[in-house]
Design a protein around this ligand. Structure first.
Ligand code: GTP
Ligand code: MG
Length: 224
């Protein structure tokens, strides 16, 4: 290799190493519902692939992320695991709803109150101006506790239909339901990808999404 070629190669590799990391889309999904319904366990299960050894009431919000691949595109699913207890969430609520792409409502199939409280969680979303284009889904958790189930699927299905939300019943704990927990979040990610085909976003740590300037926008594409 000539001296010129080797210096060119060095320049190229320096340039490559100083390039910013490739951008991947981030889907911000908030998980809300009463305290103790299993939001932390569900999000942990999806991101870590197992039921956590021990959980404590979430204070404020916890973030969990998982890289997934849909149709060859790498996407970062960012789950915002929110606190169910009012005193632990008050100061953070405004932040949950900023740039949110989807909402997962969770109730506990053994706890009717957690189901009855769903309208107030839906109302909170409404108060934070979440548009109807933001996908929402409903998850009934703790189905492994078969003998303690106190919320009937029929009842919840009617409610879910009235809110135009898909309903999933699952267990963050039951090892046989691992694929199911995965399927719930993957279903949502697929929906988001099909809704936002060309949305760009920054690497982790940046804002959730970067809108192109008007002059960069292409005709006929929804930039929502
Ligand atoms: N049997 C069973 N227990 C579960 C399941 N998911 C969660 N739990 C238990 O329910 C309790 C509460 O779970 P968390 O995930 O901490 O509940 P949370 O909704 O995050 O509660 P907050 O953070 O207070 O809002 C814990 O004792 C978990 O072990 C499940 O699928 N089955
Ligand atoms: Mg929690």
């Amino acid at each position: 290799m000539s001296e010129m070629e080797s210096s060119l190669e060095l320049t190229n590799s320096l340039a490559a190493s100083s390039l910013p990391p490739p951008r991947s889309r981030i889907f911000k999904i908030i998980v809300i519902g009463d305290s103790g319904v299993g939001k932390t366990c569900l999000t942990y299960r999806f991101c870590a692939g197992r039921f956590p050894d021990k959980t404590e009431a979430t204070i404020g919000v916890d973030f969990r992320e998982k890289m997934i691949e849909i149709d060859g595109e790498k996407i970062k699913v960012q789950l915002w695991d929110t606190a169910g207890q009012e005193r632990f969430r008050k100061s953070m609520v405004q932040h949950y709803y900023r740039n949110v792409h989807a909402v997962v409502f969770v109730y506990d199939v053994t706890n009717p109150t957690s189901f009855q409280n769903l309208p107030s969680w839906i109302e909170e979303c409404r108060q934070h101006s979440l548009g109807s284009e933001v996908p929402r889904l409903l998850v009934g958790n703790k189905c492994d506790l078969r003998d303690s189930v106190r919320v009937s699927t029929d009842q919840v299905q009617k409610f879910a239909d009235s809110q135009s939300m898909p309903l999933f019943e699952t267990s963050a704990k039951n090892p046989d339901d691992n694929d199911h927990v995965e399927a719930i979040f993957m279903t949502l990610a697929h929906k988001l990808k099909s809704q936002k085909p060309l949305m760009l976003s920054q690497p982790a740590g940046g804002e959730n999404s970067v809108q192109l300037k008007p002059e960069q926008k292409l005709p006929g594409i929804c930039w929502c």
